[in-house]
Design a protein around this ligand. Structure first.
Ligand code: ZN
Length: 478
């Protein structure tokens, strides 16, 4: 069988594509593997990539996926097309269909409402930034770039439904005569260990001279003090380093003073929420509904989709000059990449939203789930997320997450991932980095691990209650 598989031109053609196609590859091996082993295979194949040496693994994996797809109990479509479906089964399937439709409709409605508010937020923040840019155009404060929507609400899912936080990253560019130099710590350091050093640049030459601006480097100190101060260095830095806390306070001040000038701002009551490293706004409409907008600032790493961001865990004290590496823009770009390829009825966002909104604990986070779903989106072709496969894909997410928990290994989706779409731009050191295990904490802390397992079981129960159609999974290791 193995030799036949090796000789099969379809297999050989498909292998370099790294596509774990559920349809095209023929099933070569028997189904003697148990569910857990198959999940491990899926997991292992993803970790090591589909190189020729892993042919056997791939074939086994494919057999598993193929069996899953064709299992009548798991695919409603198969059920319908199957000629020997009995009446009882049909009835059961109708009830199942109904529940599934109901759950999906609820998730869809919540997503539509978030999408509607997302557009309003984008417009409002765009207008706000235009007012601020105009105000700052002659200053030596950082230059605010157009905001980039990041996080779940902008990726198209929302663990908190209507209470979504609309997060936007506002990239900062240095003003004239200044440059940002990034001093990077080790990738994945938590808390952040990156700094943004502010340098002055000579603007004496014709190319760089702007109006009657003095050169910060070559003009006498007195002349500069008299007529041209570096607001960036004097007000937003600590030493020579850009301070995230001072910058956040600066943005907060700007927003409250400029709010009246923003078109349509009167439609909302504005309240600044306390935040040390971002600008958090609560906007309340005339009807009394409020929404939360969080503006982070960031400095782009070269021309990549990676940023040093002002965001840092609130619980941990992070000095103002320390910045966190943010993958949020790259991740949001991955979701847009999938959305461009996926058919409109793709279930990936609904799966993610349902799982994330059913989470109750503190160890497994919605970021864990998002990472698992992003992994699966690169493993399972986008076309296999369409049609009546909601429950199947939900089971895949849970099975994958379970295998990761068993292995205590879930790699960061961006760091060291060589299989990202090419339009996601990474810094070379990020693409070539060693994978970063998000579950490292579970390896080191048995208590946290036990808690994570408990939370997983709870999540599974929640989903079973909602959908009632999740296939029983083997018990977790103690
Ligand atoms: Zn100069």
């Amino acid at each position: 069988l193995l030799l036949r598989a090796m000789a099969s031109p379809r297999v050989l053609v498909l292998l370099p594509l790294l596509t774990l196609s559920t349809i095209r590859l023929p099933p070569m091996l028997g189904n003697g593997l148990d569910e857990a082993t198959r999940v491990h295979l899926l997991f292992a194949a993803f970790k090591f990539g589909a190189v020729a040496g892993h042919l056997v693994l791939l074939i086994k994996l494919n057999a598993w996926l193929r069996k899953k797809i064709h299992s009548p109990a798991r695919s409603k479509e198969q059920e319908r097309s199957s000629s020997n479906t009995g009446e009882d089964e049909e009835e059961e399937s109708t009830v199942g269909d109904y529940v599934e439709r109901l759950v999906r409709e609820k998730v869809r409605r919540s997503a539509r409402s978030v999408a509607y508010r997302r557009e309003a937020v984008e417009k409002l923040v765009g207008d706000l930034l235009s007012v601020l840019q105009e105000r700052l155009s002659k200053s030596f404060f950082p230059v605010l770039q157009p905001a980039i929507g990041v996080g779940s609400a902008f990726e198209g899912w929302s663990p908190r439904g209507h209470d979504a936080v609309y997060t936007l990253l506002v990239p900062l560019k240095p003003p004239r005569g200044h440059a940002f130099q990034l001093e990077l710590g080790t990738a994945g350091d938590a808390p952040a260990k990156h700094r943004v050093r502010v340098e002055l640049e000579c603007t004496c030459t014709k190319d760089t001279r702007v109006g009657d601006m003095l050169c910060f480097v070559h003009q006498p100190h007195e002349a500069l003090q008299r007529s041209q101060d570096s607001s960036l260095l004097n007000e937003l830095c600590t030493g020579r380093y850009l301070d995230a806390q001072k910058t956040a306070r600066w943005i907060q001040g700007l927003v409250s003073s400029a709010w009246e000038e923003v078109p349509h701002s009167r439609r909302y009551g504005l309240r600044l929420l306390p935040s040390r490293r971002s600008c958090k706004l609560e906007l309340t409409s005339a009807s009394g509904r409020s929404l939360c907008v969080e503006m982070l600032v960031g400095v782009q790493r070269g021309h990549s989709d990676l940023f040093l961001s002002s965001q840092a865990p609130e619980a941990i004290f992070t000095p103002g000059t320390m910045w966190a590496e943010s993958f949020a823009v790259a991740e949001a770009k991955f979701f847009s990449h999938v959305a461009r390829q996926a058919p409109p009825d793709s279930v990936h966002l609904q799966c993610l939203q349902l799982c994330a909104s059913s989470l109750t604990g503190t160890v497994l986070s919605s970021y864990t789930l998002k990472t698992a779903v992003m992994d699966l989106l690169t493993l399972i072709p986008v076309t296999s997320w369409m049609g009546p496969v909601f429950v199947i894909r939900l089971q895949d997410v849970m099975a994958y997450l379970r295998s990761c928990l068993e292995e205590k290994r879930l790699d960061h989706f961006i760091i060291g991932n060589k299989f990202l779409p090419e339009d996601i731009l990474l810094a070379p050191d990020t693409r070539g980095a060693e994978p970063l295990n998000l579950f490292q904490g579970l390896v080191e802390d048995p208590e946290a691990y036990a808690k994570a397992l408990g939370e997983f079981e709870e999540l599974q129960d929640q989903l079973k209650e909602l959908i009632g159609a999740l296939a029983p999974l083997a018990p977790l290791p103690a």
